[in-house]
Design a protein around this ligand. Structure first.
Ligand code: C2E
Ligand code: CA
Ligand code: CA
Ligand code: CA
Length: 280
């Protein structure tokens, strides 16, 4: 072997080793953070636009890091996924969501408490105990099944469609409402929609090209129309401007979520919102 190339490989090995170590260290830190309860749920309200009413909220994970402060999912979700830890975070957040729902119903009354949507990753779908775990969770907190909606993210759709169909069918038979997250953002959305019997769609405004509003608007209108023809309620997320909201309403998209209405809120702020809004 030529010495020059050898040293190049050695250098590459060093860099690779360093990054593997860093990843392991980070994953270890996250396991500890999970055990210590450093991950917390944030809540982003979802509205029925015409009625101006909050109908639910999405639960989004944040890492309340002792030194770094609030860390966003973009930093920790991929690490957890690569290291087989994402299910632990998800199970933890579902538990938090149910614990909040129980507490709010007891303190504020059931008519002030909206349903919560939680996120499911691909790893969750593969777990044989998924449905029985969720059933058990809601039973433990004495909550009706339809108070917890399940958002299945796009990455979960790429492989094993049969497994996904089975999992979703089982969850729906148990009474859970299953939503397809990030609809329209990936190649497989249409195929998945054909095969997987979901209850609702979430359409991410982010997939539209902001530089070409006309084309984006036509695509969006077609997606919303398709949802209506399939009798699937659609929630547009990432709604940032009044102009977008008015357009969405005009093409028949009833539900919206985004910075225009509210950013994701910590528990105390979200509770304040619940006590302020008129009860149902
Ligand atoms: P997502 O499920 O598509 O969640 C929506 C993301 O859009 C959230 O980002 C939210 O904060 C952001 N967002 C909301 N309104 C607006 C808006 O008006 N404009 C823009 N530009 N963005 C908006 P976030 O909280 O950073 O979460 C990112 C992703 O991380 C989520 O995307 C979800 O896929 C994942 N994630 C978050 N929490 C969990 C969790 O507990 N479990 C799993 N498996 N994934 C999670
Ligand atoms: Ca989601
Ligand atoms: Ca989404
Ligand atoms: Ca997204």
């Amino acid at each position: 072997k030529d010495g020059h190339a050898g040293s190049k490989y050695a250098l590459y090995d060093e860099t690779l080793r360093a990054s593997v170590l860093k990843e392991q260290q980070l994953a270890g830190e996250m396991v500890k953070a999970l055990e210590e309860g450093q991950f917390v749920p944030y809540f982003q309200p979802q509205y029925r636009y015409a009625a101006g009413r909050m109908t639910g909220a999405e639960v989004l994970a944040r890492w309340n890091h002792p030194e770094r402060g609030l860390v966003s999912p973009a930093e920790f979700i991929p690490v957890l996924e690569r290291n087989g830890l994402i299910a632990r975070l998800d199970y933890y957040l579902w538990e938090q969501a149910c614990s909040c729902l129980r507490d709010w119903i007891d303190r504020l009354g059931a008519d002030r408490v909206p349903r919560l949507s939680v996120n499911l990753s691909r790893a969750d779908i593969y777990r044989a105990d998924l449905c029985s775990y969720l059933n058990d969770l809601l039973r433990r907190y004495n909550l009706p099944t339809d108070l917890l909606h399940l958002e299945i993210t796009e990455t979960a759709y790429m492989e094993a469609p049969e497994q996904l169909v089975d999992a979703v069918t089982k969850l729906r038979a148990a009474g859970f409402v299953v939503e397809m997250d990030d609809f329209g953002s990936g190649y497989s959305s249409l195929n998945t929609l054909k095969d997987v019997p979901v209850d609702a769609l979430k359409i991410d405004m982010g997939f539209l090209d902001a530089r070409d509003r006309t084309r984006g608007g036509i695509i969006l209108a077609s997606v919303v129309r398709m949802a209506r023809l399939l009798d699937l309620p659609a929630t547009a997320e990432g709604v940032e401007t009044q102009e977008q909201a008015v357009y969405l309403a005009s093409i028949g998209c009833e539900y919206m979520q985004g910075y225009l209405f509210s950013k994701p809120l910590d528990r105390a702020s979200f509770e304040r919102l619940l006590t302020e809004q008129p009860s149902a």
